[in-house]
Design a protein around this ligand. Structure first.
Ligand code: P6P
Length: 334
């Protein structure tokens, strides 16, 4: 098979489709290179002394793993000098990181969850890096957190890199979803799938069932109907998966369909959900929509939500379009 590298793909997209301006192409190449570095660190595991807790907490009050902070540093250091970014935001940093004055500022904003699925790091289960790219609003003023608070439909690029049996970069710039597998012998990402499509129907759902007693009745109704199988109202049996690593669950859905839910529940009723809007839900929602799927917060399209703060949480229902629409309809009618 004629191997098309990520670099060649991005050059051809820029030259033939004009979808990827030079600064954005540089940004995506730098992020991909950073993900290669994170993959190396993740693959070392115990041999690299990188497992376990860092002894600190992030703004969410979650214990930070050593690899969380390593991945965060790799992304900051890789991106800050290139002149393509004005600032960055991360799950692992309370505030935004403005590109230091010693470097030129660019026109893009980069948001990321440097290592999603951290609870799986120490047990050798797939984890990943999620990233989202926005344009800095026009104007002479210095970049602020407010500049990041744009609805997900304004993203100019989004993707993730999953560190599993393969290291695979999954990317959209608004013309469908492409997948690139890391060829470790060459040290480069190679195009392995284009125009990814999620089937509109599925028989597989992903949710953390241990939270069932805390769910909204509409979620309870949907899952109960799935569990009744072919004798029930759905007339078919369902399978369940829950990897507790959003990147891995979403990758499965992009690969073979399915429904992913992390809905609001009564454990912390003041919070809209567990997942973060800006650097988890928004990039994943755009990828899923670009692959003919759907993504809502159980009532509205995720990409239309107007963020109010950088680390805002959101309820997430995404994947096979007809199932997302069913869950959303149950919420609207309840
Ligand atoms: P729970 C990982 O910590 C994460 O943010 C997502 O990647 C994942 O889908 C979810 O939380 C898992 O949450 O409550 O099942 O551990």
């Amino acid at each position: 098979m004629n191997k098309i590298s990520l670099t060649r793909y991005l050059v051809e997209q820029q030259r033939d489709h004009g979808r990827i301006p030079a600064q954005l192409r540089l940004l995506l190449e730098v992020v991909a290179r950073a993900c290669k570095g994170i993959s190396q660190a993740v693959n070392k595991g115990a041999l690299g002394g990188v497992l376990g807790s860092a002894g600190s907490e992030n703004i969410q009050g979650e214990v930070q793993k050593k690899l969380d902070l390593i991945a965060n540093e790799v992304l900051i250091e890789a991106n800050e000098w290139g002149g393509h970014l004005a600032a960055m935001a991360s799950e692992e940093m309370d505030g935004i990181y403005v590109v230091p004055n010693r470097y030129p500022q660019g026109e893009y904003l980069l948001l990321f969850d440097p290592l999603d699925g951290s609870s799986n790091i120490d047990v050798n289960v797939s984890i990943g890096t999620i990233f989202s790219v926005l344009k800095k609003p026009e104007g002479p003023s210095a970049v602020t957190e407010q500049d990041f608070l744009q609805a997900g439909r304004h993203q100019v690029a989004a993707g993730y890199c999953i560190y599993g049996p393969q290291t695979t970069l999954v990317l959209t710039v608004g013309e469908g979803v492409s997948m690139f597998t890391l060829d470790r012998e060459q040290g480069s990402f190679v195009l392995t799938q284009e125009q990814v499509r999620i089937p509109a129907d599925t028989q597989e759902f992903a949710i953390n069932m241990s939270n069932m007693r805390h769910w909204d009745p509409a979620v309870r109704r949907y899952i109960d109907e799935c569990l009744q199988g072919k004798e029930g109202p759905r007339g078919k049996d369902f399978n369940m998966r829950w990897i507790a690593s959003m990147v891995a669950d979403v990758h499965r859905i992009l690969t073979r369909g399915g429904l992913f839910m992390y809905p609001w529940d009564r454990r912390e009723p003041e919070k809209a959900g567990k997942l973060r809007l800006m650097y988890e839900a928004n990039p994943m929602a755009w990828l899923v929509e670009q692959a003919a799927g759907a993504a809502t917060n159980a009532r509205e399209r995720i990409l239309d939500l107007q963020p109010r703060q950088l680390h805002e949480r959101v309820s997430v229902v995404l994947g096979s379009k007809n199932e997302v629409e069913r869950v959303t309809a149950y919420h609207r009618s309840s």
